[in-house]
Design a protein around this ligand. Sequence first.
Ligand code: AMP
Ligand code: MG
Length: 954
Amino acid sequence: HESLRTSFSVIDSRAAQLISEPQPFPLPVTDLAQLGATEREQMVQRLATEEANLPFDLRIAPLFRARLLQLTEQEQVLLVTMHHIVSDGWSMGVLIREVAALYTAFSEGKASTLPELPVQYGDYAVWQRERLQGEVLEEQLGYWREQLQGASAVLELPTDRSRPALQSYRGGTVKVEIGEETTREVNELSRREGVTLFMQLLTAWYVLLWRYTGQADVVVGTPIANRNRAETEGLIGFFVNTLALRVKLSGNPTYQELLGRVREVCLGAYAHQDVPFEKIVEELQPERELSHTPVFQVMMILQNAPVAGLKLPGLKLSQIERENTTAKFDLTLSLSEEGKEVGGWLEYNADLFDEATVARMAGHFKTLVADIVADPERRIADLALMSEGERRQILHRWNDTSREYQARCIHELFQEQAERTPAATALVYEEEQLNYRELNRRANQLAHYLQGVGVGPETLVGICMERSVEMIVSLLAVLKAGAAYLPLDPEYPQERLSFMLEDARVAVVLTRRSLTSRLPDYQGPVLDLDTEWDRIEAQPAENPVSSATPENLAYVIYTSGSTGRPKGVLGTHRACINRFEWMWECYPFARNEVCCQKTSLSFADSIWEIFGPLLQGVPVVLIPDDVTKDPPRLLETLAKREVTRIVLVPSLLRAILDTAAEVPVPRLRYWVSSGEALSAELAERFRERLGERCLINLYGCSEVCADVTYYELPEHLGERRVPIGQPIANTQAFILDAYKQPVPEGVSGEIYIGGAELARGYLNRPDLTAEKFVPHPFSAAPGALLYRTGDLGRYLADGNIEYFGRSDYQVKLRGQRIELGEIETVLNEHPAVSSCVVKLGEVVRADGRDGDARLVAYVVADEALGGRPAELHRYLQERVPEHMIPAHFLMLEALPLTPSGKVDRRALPAFDPTVAAAVVGYVAPRSPVEELIASIWSEVLGVRSVGVQDNFFE
Ligand code: AMP
Ligand code: MG
C-alpha cells in the first residue's frame, strides 16, 4: 500500500489529492488489513455511490480505493494516471513495453535496456508546426473543405429520447461481436477485394447508419494513429488525429460498390491525415451547437495499435475493469481483432439511447456483417439487419389480428336491427325524434324511388345537405338502393362542387329546397326531397332488394390532392363492417348508450358516427352544424342528451378543455381522439380534467376506412409521445423504408396498411391508385395490397406504433386533411401570382401548451395585385373549402432557394402573427371608435398592432 504514494509519480494532481485524502476511510490506509469482510464490502458499496457522483475525470479515485479494499495480502498496486493530452492509445503500448523492460532489468539488478530515443515529442511538435503552413497546409485544408462542404450537420439517428440542448456526455456501452466464422469470412472478403478489415467493418457500419436514418450522405469520425514515421513510433505523446470520413450511399449501390467508395474516401483521408481535426473544424466554421459534436456524431474505431499485455517476472497481474459511463459521441463503434474474432463495444450517449436499443443495434450489426459476407453483390437496401425472430415479430406477431367478421352490407345490418328494435329511438335532431321502424320506412321509400330512376350497385348518388334527419334517411336510402353516396358539402365553393360532380358523374343529386341554389351550373338530375317528398312517400315501405355485395362501393369521399385536384376515395361495405365490428367487440355498447353525430359527411370519420350505433340499436343525436363549432353549446347539448361516446379531433378536444371551466358531462365515458396527433400535453390535461375516463387515440385515413390502429391511454401517462397503438382486427401495419423493406423496432419509416379496410383506390385515377395501393410484399394472398399512408412512424418495444408526422407536404389543420400543394397550385393559377409556398405555421405559446396552427402563404406577385392579399383571399374563397384558405399572406420579393434551386422552405421568414398585420402597411386608429375596434381585434386575434386598413379575416 505504501507504494501507492511513493513508487510512481501521479500526474493528475486532483486525482492524486483524492487518493491521498483520508476522508472516505475511517482508518489510515495502512490499517485496512484489519477490516473485516463485511466492513470492506460496505465501504466498497459506499465508494461505488461516490464514484457515480464525481465528474468523469475524478472517478478513478474511488474506484481505485475500492480496489484497495479488496486487496489480498499478496497483492500490490501500482497506479499510473496519464491525461489524454500527453498520451494516446498507442502510447499505452509503448508505456507497458518500457515498464516491463525496466522492471525486468531492475529486478535482476541490471541497468536499463531501453535505447535512447531518437527524437522527443517536443521535436515532433516543432517539426509539425514548421511543416504545416503555407501551401502544404492550404493543400491539406483544401482537400477537407471540398470533402466536407455541404455535409449535413447532424445524423438524425432514431433515438429513444429527443436530443437535449446541452450534451451531457452521459453514456454506456454494450458488447459487440460478429463471431469467429464471420470474422474469417470478412477477412477473406477483404483479401479478395483488396481492402483492409477496417474498410470492411466501416462499410458495414455505414450501411447500418443509412438503414437507421435514411440519410444517404453520412460522415463518420475515426481516429488515426498518425505515426507514419519510424522516429515517432516509440514516443509517448499525443499523436492521434481524427479523420472525418464522408461517404455517399445514394442510389442504393451494391455492397461491393459501396466498399469501393469507402476505400476511396479512406485512402484520400489517409493522404491528408496530417492536419489536426481541430484545424478542420476551425476552417469549416460549422454553426455553433452545444447539443451535438461538430462535423460528425458517430465514430468507428478499429484498435490495431500494438498493445502487449504487461508481463512482469515473478508477478501475476490483473486488470481493474471499470464500467464506462460516459460517451463522447452519440455512438462509437469500437472494435478490435483479438485472436480469431472481431469484437468490441458500442458506446452510446445515454441521453439519447436506452441500453436495450443499442444492444439491438449491436445485434443488427452482427446480422448485417454475416449477411454481407454471404453475398456482397447484393444492393445495400436488401441486406438483412434483423434476425429471423425480429422479422417474425414485426411482420407477423404484431400483425396477428385475424378475427371473424360478417361479410354483409351496411344496410342489411341496419334492416335487421330495425326488425329487432322497431320502436327504439334511432335519431334525435333538436325537437325531432325518429324510431328505427320509421327511419327504415322512409329510407325504403326513397330507395325504391332511386331504384326507379335507375340507381343500383356501383352508381353514385350525390348528397348535398346540411345535417338533418333527411340527410341520414338519404344515406340509408342510397345504400339500400345498392348504390354509393358522394357527400357534397353545401358550404364548399361552387368550383369545388362542380369539379366533384363532373369527376364523379353521379346518377342523381339529393338535396333540399333551400340548397338548390348551391348547384346552379349543374345540368344533371337533382332531386329536392322537400318538393318531391309526396311522390317518394307513395313508394313501397318494404326493404328494397338490391344485388349489392360487401365488395361494392358504399361511398366516395373526396380528399385534398397535392396536384391541385381533390381525389375521390372508393370505400366499400366490407371495410366499414370490419371497422364497426372491431369496435363493437373491443368497446361493446352497454345499455342506455347514446352517440352523437357531428362530423361532416365529407370525412370518413362520420361513417362510424352514423352507422356504428345505428347498426346496434343505439340512438344517434344529430348535432346542428352551428353547435359543433361552439364548444360550450356542444357540451351543453352532450350533457342534455346524455351522450356517452364522442369522436373528436384533438383541436376540438383542446377547445373543450380550454373553454369550459366545468366539463359537466358525467355520462360521457368514451372519448375517441382521431384525425390528428394527440399530444402528451393534451392527454395529460384530459386526465386532469376528466379523470380516468376512457380516452382512445385512433389512427387511420380515408383510404383505409378512417381507423386502423388504436391506443387506449393508460391512467398515468409517461412524458413520452402518445402512441397510435396497434392494428385493429384484420388489419396490418408495416413500417417500411424507401425500398419497402421493414425497418427494425425503434427505427422510423413509412406506415403501410394492409387488411380488410383498404379502399378500392381513387375514382378515375388509376395511376394514383397504383402509386398508393401497392402489391403486398409479405402476403401470399393473390392480389393483396398495402396502402402507403405517407405517415412516418416506428414500432416501440411493446408493439405500439409511435407517429412522427408526414413524409410529404400533407398537413392537418383542426383535423382536416390538406395538401399544401393543392393550395399552391390554385394560388399559382392566379394571374398576378408568379410563385408561392404555403406552410403550416405554429404559434408558440409561452405557457408550454400546444400552440395554435395556421396556414401561411408566402407569395411572390406582380404589380397587378397591388400588394393586397385580400384579393388572394377572395380568389381562394371561390375555389377551395374554407379550411384551406391561409390565415396569413406574406408578400415576398422572391422565394428563398436552396443551392440546387428548389424552394428552401426552412429559409422562409418566420411566421409571427403578432406582426403579420404590418405586411399590408400600417395606419394607426384615428378615432375612439377605431381605437376600440382595433383593440378588440388585437385581443381576439392575438395580433399586436391592428391598423385601420387591416382586414379581420386576413
Ligand atoms: P384523413 O384521410 O382525413 O382521415 O387524414 C388521414 C391523416 O390524418 C393520416 O394520414 C395522418 O397523417 C393523420 N392522422 C389521423 N389520425 C391520426 C392520429 N391518431 N395521430 C396522428 N395523425 C393522425
Ligand atoms: Mg381520419
